[in-house]
Ligand binder design. Structure first.
Ligand code: IPE
Ligand code: IPE
Ligand code: MG
Length: 240
């Protein structure tokens, strides 16, 4: 059976180590990482993937040294502004996920502008996860649901998995089919906890600045060879 591949999510890890191995500052890795973002977004568009989510900054990353956070925020603000023409050219629609209101105001403004400007594009939807935490997203969903119960528009007996999905940050973005982490570590680091319930997971030792669309294409090929059984038997799935 042909696998459906609607949504790829990537934990873009390894920028710092990539730079340090060459005797350079971690910031050099973050700058180089932007090149990979551009290249991989282009690759996902070429493969006509409907949704790509990139984990760019976690809630936990606020615990990094102030200097590194400042640099990451500056890079983010300038990259967004610089990339809008390319997003437009490639028909990419930008969305964000996370507690965007905790970002510096200039980042919020350039993000907001880019989201509005690209909102009617019909190709790839690119979701940037920024100041994102999977647990916070679930807590925020629980708060929204509680409000509806409080105001009498939702009956607690009617709360379902669908209710949760509908109250996440981007209810129109489907669950993740393929989750990739670069940089050699094999953990989730609080990314999309709800949406990866049945994702195929791929971990690659390639550091993010070295990860390019060819690497993405190789993983996509491997994804299509995997049998996703969703709890059923292999026989059931093969005769579907
Ligand atoms: C990923 O690379 C980028 C962010 C988390 C912002 P890292 O900065 O985590 O790089 P390593 O994992 O230390 O090499
Ligand atoms: C995960 O990478 C977050 C992003 C890629 C944005 P980290 O480098 O922060 O993850 P840990 O701390 O090693 O788990
Ligand atoms: Mg890391």
């Amino acid at each position: 059976m042909e696998q459906s591949l609607k949504h790829i999510a990537i934990i873009m890890d390894g920028n710092g180590r990539w730079a340090q191995r060459q005797g350079k500052d971690r910031s050099f890795g973050h700058k180089q990482g932007i090149e990979s973002v551009r290249n991989v977004v282009e690759g996902a568009s070429q493969k006509q993937i409907p949704f790509l989510t990139l984990y760019a900054f976690s809630t936990e990353n606020w615990n990094r040294p102030e200097e590194e956070i400042d640099l990451l925020m500056q890079l983010l603000a300038s990259a967004i502004v610089n990339e809008v023409p390319t997003l437009m050219k490639n028909n990419v629609r930008l969305k964000t996920s996370g507690r965007i209101d905790t970002l510096p105001v200039d980042c919020q403004n350039s993000l907001q502008k880019a989201v509005v400007q690209t909102s009617t594009n019909t190709g790839l939807t690119l979701v940037l996860a920024l100041s994102y935490s999977g647990r916070s997203e679930l807590v925020d969903a629980a708060k929204k649901i509680s409000e509806k119960v409080k105001f009498g528009t939702l009956n607690p007996d009617d709360i379902s998995e669908e209710t949760f999905s509908q109250n996440l940050y981007n209810p129109d973005v489907p669950d993740v089919d393929l989750m990739i982490r670069t940089g050699g570590d094999t953990r989730i680091s609080n990314f999309l906890l709800w949406q990866i319930a049945y994702s195929e997971l791929f971990f690659t030792p390639i550091m993010w600045p070295d990860f390019k669309k060819e690497n993405l294409f190789d993983i996509i090929e491997l994804f299509y060879t995997r049998e996703r059984r969703f709890g059923k038997t292999g026989e059931q799935v093969q005769t579907q």
